[in-house]
Write a protein that binds this ligand. Sequence first.
Ligand code: ZN
Ligand code: ZN
Length: 369
Amino acid sequence: MITKHDPAYFNERREKLRRRMKREQLVGFLVSKPENVTYLTGFSGEDSYLLVTLDHAILISDSRFTEQIREECPGLEAYIRPGGVSLVQAAARMIKKTKLSTVGVEAGSLSVASFGKLQDAVNGVEFAKTENWIEEHRAIKDKEELQRIRTAVTIAQRAFQAVRATLRPDQSEKEVADLLDHQMRLLGARRSAFPTIVGVGPRAALPHVIPTSKKIGEDVFVLVDWGADEGWYKSDLTRVVPTGRIAPKFVKVYNTVLKAQKAAIEAIRPGVTAEDVDRAARQVIEEAGFGRLFGHGLGHGVGLEIHELPRLGPKVQTVLRPGMVVTVEPGIYIPNWGGVRLEDDVLITRDGHEVLTSLPKDLDEVATV
Ligand code: ZN
Ligand code: ZN
């Protein structure tokens, strides 16, 4: 649950949306993405929409959440839909009741079916399909959001250190993932930020590997990609731990990824574009001859969602601004051999950047920790 706030905290966010609505000549905006509803209200339940008008905000929900709304969003107007009235029907009712003529909808989250039903239910209303309006606001974190991300980082790091300290060759990928998840919860996380990835040897080359019964001792290194959800805000890290006698090839791949990551982090400051930062890492990997083996973007924003704006990658012209938090996660993936990826969370500050994560990553440190 978001800390109890002065309702003005959330109203200020809605005012920002209203300013954009006015610029784009909309008198209403239907928020359907759950994280955006949370961002604008502090409400943490599900199956709810928020209808924002130029002078009102109505949370459209159902009776399961009546009490929670009172607690989490004091003073916020709510429409609790009666049984038998669907969420879309309830939204249509509120659009009619508030006599809105032009309403923005979130094209990225409202399904085609729901949008069709909404249009049928409110004749004569003009809908505008919008994309990323609130997500763009969410990209810049305020002081409290940063504090929450820092907590999510601390939890994830402490959990990793605890599991790392007792890592044994006979543990399976799944066991290690489960232990990490458990540790994060014990340390105060609501849950893991996403399904934890633990990949031994060649399995580390699969970007979204599901942990299996393969044992840690079956190869000489293991990739772990994990993060904590502290209540809302998330962290996201990746480390590769040598677990046996490592060959020169591993050292070369690992150090190339590390050098690429450091170059990208060094390039981060306000005013540079996302593609510039991506290029800083990609260049190092290309020069080492592994260019084709780094197939994904460099990183992504992290916050209420594990993947959010801004995206760091080739051809992404987003300009980085203070308050953004991004992951920096270059990788080299070699089929049948394995993959190395290193991931840290970085805050863009007024005069540069601050790396929020602090787990060791130089090879001699990871090998001996
Ligand atoms: Zn990750
Ligand atoms: Zn990530």
